[in-house]
Design a protein around this ligand. Structure first.
Ligand code: 4NP
Length: 157
């Protein structure tokens, strides 16, 4: 296990929601002065090696963050040994993660919005097939989740 919190965000493609969660988490942790390892991955393999969706890059840029250098990867069983927290963006991906998790792995597995007071059990909706404005909702959701996680990992929650 790592000597500092290590958080992996997981969605389906690793090109929309989880890269935005990664970016929001980096920003919130940096603001809070919290030393963290942060990464993201997808349960699916279709977009491996690709940069985030243009609409995800655009909403990150509108919020002052460049994610054009991120590249998609698929989650692997070893991730449960290297990360302290594996955080799913929705219920389908949570179920896939729980099925993949090796017996005895120490990583805590949760939904991102479990970390937002009043929103436990909610999913971050998949914006991929929707309107561009859906990405603003995604950004608001992942920012709320990142703030909750940072508060908890800082020992304040
Ligand atoms: P993500 O969005 O899981 O938030 O990265 C999606 C990206 C690609 C697909 C679905 C969702 N897809 O079906 O290719």
């Amino acid at each position: 296990m790592p000597d500092r919190p290590a958080v992996l965000f997981v969605c389906l493609g690793n090109i929309c929601r989880s890269p935005l969660a990664e970016a929001a988490m980096r920003a919130e942790a940096s603001r809070a002065g919290l030393d963290l390892l942060v990464d993201s991955a997808g349960t699916g393999h279709w977009h491996v090696g690709k940069a985030p969706d243009r609409r995800a890059q655009a909403v990150a840029a509108r919020n002052g963050i460049d994610i054009s250098g991120y590249r998609a990867r698929q989650v692997v069983r070893e991730d449960f040994l290297h990360f302290t927290h594996v955080v799913a963006l929705d219920h389908d991906n949570l179920a896939r993660l729980l099925a993949l998790r090796p017996a005895g792995a120490g990583a805590e597995v949760s939904l991102l919005l479990d970390h937002v007071p009043g929103r436990a059990g909610e999913a971050v909706a998949d914006p991929y097939y929707g309107e561009a404005a859906g990405f603003d909702t995604t950004w608001a959701d992942v920012t709320a989740g990142a703030r909750g996680l940072v508060a908890r990992l800082s020992g304040f929650l």
